[in-house]
Write a protein that binds this ligand. Sequence first.
Ligand SMILES: Nc1ncnc2c1ncn2[C@@H]1O[C@H](COP(=O)(O)OP(=O)(O)O)[C@@H](O)[C@H]1O
Ligand SMILES: [Mg+2]
Length: 230
Amino acid sequence: MSGPALEFRQVTVRYEPDDSPAIAAVSFAIGPGERVALVGLNGSGKTTLLAAAVGLVPHDGEIRFAEERLTRGSLAAVRERIGFLFNVPEDQLLFPRVLDDVAFGLRRRGVPAPEAAERARKALDALGIERLADSPLHHLSHGQKQRVALAGALVTGPSLLLLDEPSAGLDPPGKRALAALLDRLDATMILATHDLDFAASLCTRFLMLVEGRIAFDGKDAAEVKRRWEL
Ligand SMILES: Nc1ncnc2c1ncn2[C@@H]1O[C@H](COP(=O)(O)OP(=O)(O)O)[C@@H](O)[C@H]1O
Ligand SMILES: [Mg+2]
């Protein structure tokens, strides 16, 4: 497929009509297979941008997925192709048992239970946590929950992954393992983070948000660091 996997055209989000925008006139296009780090300080608009992309907050302007515009009518179909990792894994883990949680995205799409369970086990295996399949979620550490949430995002084979602070709360070995694992995927990826080293270990392009606007869009990690330290 040619053309961008995801494109924002002059996208603005306001949480309240009188507030200043959380993201303002944001435009960019991401090609298929690109891995883009969305960097910025707390409150710069990273989560808002990802939430707008999956229709969780209303926007002005245009958001397009592989040429299809995000509208109320296309939202459900567009979401089918996206894997989303929330900032806090607890926000997306719904079931008491790991395997049921990971299988949920498949069950929702009508995949029969035995096949869904088998594919969920494979997704867990690919993340090195097959042994947790039958564990109760509340017994897991933060890093394990993060992986379970990621398995749930990956199980449907999404072509676009939106990851919100995936390295938050992980120790250095946990971060390296996560980076290695994401590195093996060929999905298009946007990774929101304020962890520049983690971003640089995976991404080849950086979009930097400052107060809801794109202050930098380029490949030079050193330049991002320089601006970061200002
Ligand atoms: N649900 C919300 N209601 C009102 N304002 C919000 C909401 N979520 C975020 N904001 C505001 O939008 C701005 C961007 O926040 P956010 O997208 O969470 O930034 P980041 O993810 O970069 O920390 C901040 O000023 C924040 O206070
Ligand atoms: Mg955020």
